[in-house]
Write a protein that binds this ligand. Sequence first.
Ligand SMILES: O[C@H]1[C@H](O)[C@@H](O)[C@H](O)[C@@H](O)[C@H]1O
Ligand SMILES: [Fe+2]
Ligand SMILES: [Fe+2]
Length: 305
Amino acid sequence: MAMVIEQAPVGLEVEEKKISCVGEKEMVLDGGFFKPETNSFGHTFRDYDAESERKKSVEEFYHAQHVHQSVEFVKKMRSEYGSLNRVVMSIWESCELLNEFVDESDPDLDEPQIEHLLQTAEAIRKDYPNEDWLHLTGLIHDLGKVLLHPSFGQLPQWAVVGDTFPVGCAFDESNVHHKYFEENPDYNNPAYNTKFGIYSEGCGLDNVLMSWGHDDYMYLVAKENKTTLPSAALFIIRYHSFYPLHKSGAYTHLMNKEDKENLKWLHIFNKYDLYSKSKVRIDVEKVKPYYLSLIEKYFPSKLKW
Ligand SMILES: O[C@H]1[C@H](O)[C@@H](O)[C@H](O)[C@@H](O)[C@H]1O
Ligand SMILES: [Fe+2]
Ligand SMILES: [Fe+2]
């Protein structure tokens, strides 16, 4: 099914993309969504070099992240957190837990995280009213940031947020602040510093160790608690911070066929994740009943975290 996109107002960008969706129908995506030109600070989005009040702290964040995220660290975290034996709580409770945190890696946002979750979900809902799974994906995609909370071991920001990348193979140049990888213990390890490293062509992202953070953690939580969300939703949650792949097209040699299908949805999702960041507050109480009904549809009432 093709849809005609009405003429866009001058100066605004409309992308027209035809892709098949989970129910196998075809539709034109992204019509009607207008990208704002600048973030709340008046800069273009994801500009890590722009002089702004957040530039220095964001760069320091990436320095620490690139130094510490190694194969050994990732393996340790995956096994420690994979047992999900820390907390039992509902999805909504975890949204509330995020209230107090501001993401130090983010040059575009200094609002508490719950605002960002609702802004993302509501922006998707406006453009894709029938894809309720994608609304819920918007709401939960960053919930893994609960790792910052004391009841989750209060991990440092570099172990929770920021863009992600594979470990165990060479760090691609498209990673932001790439130079700091030189201080990573894997940087000079010949087993890990070639294009493929420990992986092989088309091995599938599921077999790739990603830097540890909120993406992989929330993926584990959703999967182990047996969500009924479609695989595209799990893929979005797991790789939404993998900008080197979905923005720069790096590391595609590690993808398999299913990854390529799911990537189409991630491209759509990313626009809402990134460009809905603003100072416009959402009335939480007003939208809460809708999201509670989606949570009930796709998740058990209490989850293991
Ligand atoms: O600063 C942001 C933020 O931490 C997001 O939650 C993450 O998904 C992005 O990839 C990252 O760059
Ligand atoms: Fe995120
Ligand atoms: Fe996000």
